[in-house]
Write a new protein. Structure first.
Length: 188
């Protein structure tokens, strides 16, 4: 059971639920298409992920190029009152072929759903510290899991939760292995 304490946590929980609903591929070998989580439609696995979503533009705070036409877009890096920082965004396959996730994105994730973004880090240069994705009590990452394949032209949402840097730190570097480092301004 997930307990949510703030707006940032609620957004992260909504993304987890949205991704859990998109996890089944229907047995046809094709990954389901999905859009960034702008609004939750609360549908079942068979419903369209884009149903009920807002058409308002999503803020882009940073972008980073990866291999084979993959682009990482960061939409928010928000502190919550519980001492956490949630980074969320989208990964888009701009290439012409399906992209199979690289093991580097997973970090040292060893759980059954190891296809994750647990390898992401934040670096606070001013505070001279590096932060790693948080884990729950069963050692599972507090991040998007289940990313195994991204079809050509497909965009999938992601999030990763970290310990929050001190309030005096207003900017961090976000890194997901295989992508260029992105400088991000913190909010909250």
């Amino acid at each position: 059971m997930v307990k949510v304490r703030s707006g940032a946590g609620a957004a992260a929980a909504a993304m987890v639920l949205a991704l859990a609903g998109c996890g089944a591929d229907g047995g046809d070998g094709k990954a389901p298409a999905s859009s960034p989580p702008q609004a939750s439609s609360g549908g079942s696995q068979g419903s369209s992920p884009s149903a009920g979503q807002s058409t308002a533009p999503v803020e882009v705070i940073a972008t980073s190029a990866g291999p084979d036409g993959i682009v990482l877009t960061l939409n928010s890096a928000v502190r919550d009152q519980g001492g956490f920082l949630t980074v969320s965004g989208q990964i888009k396959n701009g290439g012409s072929a399906a992209f199979v996730q690289t093991a580097a994105w997973r970090g040292d994730e060893k759980s059954a759903s190891a296809a994750s973004v647990a390898g992401a880090t934040l670096t606070d240069k001013a505070g001279k510290k590096r932060y790693y994705v948080l884990r729950d009590t069963e050692s599972r990452c507090l991040c998007t899991v289940g990313i195994t394949r991204i079809g050509a032209g497909e965009t999938i949402p992601f999030f990763a939760q970290f310990p929050a840097p001190p309030a005096s730190s207003t900017e961090v570097e976000f890194n997901l292995p295989t992508f260029a480092t992105a400088t991000v301004k913190l909010s909250g």
